[in-house]
Each structure stands twice: as structure tokens, then as C-alpha cells.
Design a protein around this ligand. Structure first.
Ligand code: ADP
Ligand code: MG
Length: 485
């Protein structure tokens, strides 16, 4: 799956490590009681702590700690019983304290790993280096006034998980698959909503290039890559840039670069030479964080079934393909919806087909989310059950389904009202067949003369005469008997 880039001197391999910042789902900030609601009027969710008023002291949010521990377990990672909050010192207008409270060499979560699903159907493991709990900054707003900048501190002090990967990623597809899987895990855990549009999940991309088999090259860190599309574009641009430098006899600078989503290029932000010395030191206002065994055990025992476990269960106990299982587990609510349909229908494979191809297809066309579906899981389950028990054919089911999407009525009501029940009464089917044969004497002659292809024609006529309601298998059988006998 590793994607190589052809240069003038041969093929190049990309080496990528990602730092993802994920906002912790909680009611309040990491060290204050202020709300973290998105989209509020500027500076309305700012406590004295978030504004860094003199003398204010941080009070650790216990729920946020539990969320980080939960995430650690969800990433198959080492959860550290003791961790330390440290000050990372730097000046920026949207950082009123003059430092960010983060963690340094003793983070709450250490090494772990996740499995990523690649477009060719293969699976790859990516190592997690660590997860740190830290404060988010405020936001500088530069585009509201021609000569002034504004500062909105609503985000200041919100809890972030900085999740760092090992340099195990080998191209843009893998990077996108990594972020997608990470987001899915966090959403399942309920520890981050994964909303990249609202900045709840943001990625910094570290990238270098090398000839396959060589040592790692010098990396550049690209900031501000805030959509999956941008991750893909930024990696391709940056790899190409580095290859050109090296092939021209130059050297890649270890530097921080910024992704410009309008110009579709990266540009230098700061180089290693003027890199910050953050003067990290343990925050004297906060004691080392000690997790009790009881808390760790409790969180471990309440972990939900995670995406990969669910995928494997769907494949093993329902016999679904990797593809179908992956589509169904992409969202927890989608998986739960499917399980209800499958149970009600009594046939998981048929249920998977209907959820993926019919329901998701129709919702997609109507530009609706699953939570806006006019057809409930129970209702869809009933419809599929009627196919399964031969009350209606799959073809008629599609018409019934279209009406359900329109009216939100139950399948059984529609089948009753419209008299769509499949005809399985031998006598009734025979009567229709006799009519059809009597009306088409020349075709009967031709068939008897050896043109057996005409059977399809008769089946079609009978189905038409029965308005699609005759059981097709019985029609076939009785027709053959009459024509051949
Ligand atoms: P720092 O603390 O300076 O940011 P880290 O060692 O924590 O450095 O690495 C940051 C990120 O860079 C990690 O995601 C890591 O996987 C990635 N990384 C490290 N070395 C390379 C490299 N040579 N090429 C690409 N990515 C790298
Ligand atoms: Mg870094």
C-alpha cells in the first residue's frame, strides 16, 4: 500500500507521523467550570482562570481525566498511573497566561497502537507514541478589521488530547485512514466528537522522504491541516517539495511549515534555529496526577465495543463481507440501526443489503442523515422480514420501501392497503397462466417447436398479469409443467 513517488533519481518513499489534537467531550474546561459550547458569542465562555487573572488557580476537571484514561484504553495503550502537568512557556496574544499547561515527559497515556483499514482492503498497525492532556489556546481573529486583530478566549483552557503517532505512516492514503480510524475510535468512546469542521479535531503532519530502505530523512512539520482533503494535499505537496530539494543537491530544513488551503502549498513558519525553548517545568499549582486502581478498573470495565471488535463480530457472526461490515460500523448509531433491522428481519445478510444499498442510498439521495430517516429500524426490519417469509417479492419490496420513505407507514399496512401480498395459491396462479397461454397461441406453438427461450416471455406475461404478485418460483414451475407436459 505504500505509495512511492517517482523522482529524477528513482523512487522515493514518504515517512509520516501525525500529531492530532482532539478536544475532549465534557461540560467544562480542563481547569475551570466555563462551558466549551461551540459557536457562542465571542468571550462569553471565559472564567477568571481562562482569562488568567492574577491569583487564579487551576482546578483539575476529574471527568476530563476519566475521558483521557478511557481514550488510552481505546488506543490499546499504556495508561500511566502517575502523570505530571507541566508549563510550556511562550508568548502569544491568544494565550493570556503566557504559558500553556500541558504534559511533558510524564504524560497520562504512553505507547499504544491502532489498526487502520486501507483502500485495498488490507489492514496495517500504526503505533501511538503518547497522549498528553493539555489546555487549548484562544483564537486570534485577523479578518474582522483592516488594521486590528481581535482575541476570542472562548476556547482558551478547553481540554485537548494531543495524540502522537509513531512515524509508521507511508503515504497520504494511510494518513487519511489513520485519522479516520482515530476519529471513529474517539467517537465510539464518546471522548471527542471528531468534528474537523468545528476544529474539534486538528492535525499536524510530520513528513520526510527517503529512498526505500534508507535511514529516515529530515522532517518538516506542517501545521494547520484541518480536513482529510488537506492532509492528502499537504502530504503530496510537501513530499514533492522535499524530493526536488534533495535531487537538486540541497538539504531539507527541519522546520515548521504552514499549509495554505487557498494556494495549496506549504510555506515556512519557523526554522529549527529559532525554534522555541519552551522551558518546560512541572506546574507548581498542580500536584502530580495519581490515578487510583479503582478508577482505572472502573473505566476499563465500561469500555464500549470498539469499531474493530464490532467489525469482526459482524463478519463472524453474521457472515458479512469486510466491505459491508466496514460500512455498517463507520458510525455507532448506524451499527445499532443495522442490528435492530437484522434482528427484526431474521436475516442479517439481507438486512445488511437493505440498510446499505436501499436505505443509505435513498438517504444519501435525499441528503439526509440516518438520524433523520423516515423509516425506522423496526419498520425496515418488518419489510425485510416480509421478503424473507415470501409475503412479497424483493421487487415489490422496493415499491413498498419507496412509499415508506414518503409516508413513514409500516410495510404491513402498505402491503394490506394495496393488496400486494404475493400470490402463492396454486389454483390462482394456474388460472392466470391458462389465460396467458390462451392469449398467446402462436408463441405457445413456437415454444413447443423447440424455442425454449420463450419461457422467459411467458413468465413475464404472467407476472405482469398478476401485477407482480405471483410467486416467481411457482410461476416457473407450473408454466414448465403445462408447456412441457
Ligand atoms: P517533537 O517533540 O520535536 O515534536 P517527536 O519525536 O515527538 O518530536 O515527533 C513528532 C512527530 O514526528 C511524531 O508524530 C513522529 O512520528 C514524527 N516523526 C519523527 N521523526 C520523523 C521523520 N524522520 N519523518 C517523519 N516523521 C517523523
Ligand atoms: Mg511536536
Amino acid at each position: 500500500m505504500a505509495q512511492l513517488i517517482k523522482g529524477e533519481t528513482g523512487e522515493w518513499e514518504m515517512v509520516i507521523g501525525l500529531e492530532v489534537h482532539a478536544q475532549v467531550t465534557a461540560n467544562s474546561k480542563l481547569f475551570s467550570g466555563a462551558s466549551i459550547e461551540f459557536g457562542a458569542a465571542p468571550n462569553t465562555h471565559v472564567s477568571l482562570v481562562d482569562a488568567a487573572m492574577p491569583g487564579m488557580l487551576p482546578v483539575l476537571n476529574e471527568y476530563v481525566v476519566e475521558q483521557a484514561v478511557k481514550t488510552g484504553y481505546g488506543l490499546n495503550a499504556q495508561v500511566n498511573q502517575t502523570s505530571v502537568f507541566a508549563r510550556k512557556n511562550y508568548f502569544y496574544p491568544d494565550l493570556p497566561q503566557g504559558y500553556q499547561i500541558s504534559q511533558y515527559d510524564q504524560p497520562i497515556v504512553g505507547t499504544g497502537k491502532i489498526e487502520i483499514d486501507l483502500p485495498d482492503g488490507s489492514v496495517k498497525e500504526v503505533g501511538i507514541t503518547r497522549l498528553r492532556l493539555e489546555q487549548d489556546t484562544g483564537k486570534s481573529v485577523h479578518d474582522m478589521h483592516p488594521s486590528k486583530s481581535y482575541v476570542d478566549l472562548n476556547r482558551s483552557g478547553s481540554a485537548l488530547m494531543e495524540i502522537v503517532s509513531e512515524p509508521d505512516i507511508r503515504g497520504p492514503e494511510e494518513a487519511v485512514a489513520y485519522i479516520s480510524k482515530l476519529r471513529m475510535i474517539l467517537q465510539y468512546l464518546g471522548t471527542c466528537n471528531g468534528n474537523m469542521d468545528e476544529g474539534s479535531m486538528r492535525a499536524d503532519v510530520n513528513i520526510s522522504v527517503r529512498k526505500p530502505g534508507d535511514e529516515f530523512g529530515t522532517r518538516a512539520e506542517v501545521k494547520n491541516v484541518n480536513s482529510l482533503k488537506a492532509v492528502h494535499q499537504a502530504i503530496m505537496f510537501e513530499a514533492q517539495r522535499q524530493i526536488e530539494i534533495i535531487e537538486d543537491g540541497g538539504e531539507v530544513d527541519q522546520e515548521t511549515r504552514l499549509w495554505d488551503p487557498n494556494k495549496l502549498e506549504t510555506r515556512a513558519l519557523r526554522s529549527k534555529e529559532d525554534a522555541h525553548d519552551y522551558r518546560y517545568f512541572p506546574d507548581p499549582d498542580l500536584l502530580p496526577l495519581e490515578l487510583t486502581d479503582e478508577l482505572m478498573e472502573r473505566i476499563k470495565s465500561t469500555l464500549p465495543e470498539l469499531p474493530d471488535e464490532k467489525k469482526h463480530r459482524f463478519m463472524e457472526s453474521f457472515g458479512l463481507s469486510t466491505y459491508d461490515a466496514s460500512v455498517l460500523i463507520a458510525e455507532q448509531s448506524r451499527a445499532a440501526f443495522f442490528e435492530t433491522v437484522a434482528e427484526k428481519a431474521g436475516d442479517a445478510k439481507l438486512a445488511a443489503n437493505w440498510v446499505i444499498n436501499e436505505l443509505l442510498g435513498a438517504l444519501n439521495k435525499a441528503e439526509k442523515d440516518l438520524n433523520e430517516t423516515p423509516v425506522s429500524a423496526e419498520q425496515l426490519g418488518q419489510l425485510v422480514a416480509r421478503i424473507k417469509d415470501n409475503t412479497i417479492s424483493g421487487k415489490i419490496a422496493k415499491d413498498v420501501f419507496a412509499e415508506m420513505m414518503e409516508t413513514s407507514k409500516d410495510a404491513d399496512s402498505i402491503i394490506d392497503e394495496k393488496g400486494l401480498k404475493q400470490v402463492t395459491d396454486t389454483g390462482a396462479i394456474e388460472a392466470i397462466i391458462d389465460q396467458v397461454l390462451a392469449a398467446n397461441p402462436s408463441q405457445v406453438e413456437t415454444y413447443k417447436g423447440g424455442n425454449e427461450k420463450l419461457l422467459g416471455f411467458f413468465v413475464g406475461q404472467v407476472m405482469k398479469a398478476s401485477q407482480g404478485k405471483a410467486n416467481p418460483a411457482m410461476v416457473n414451475e407450473i408454466l414448465k409443467k403445462k408447456l412441457d407436459g
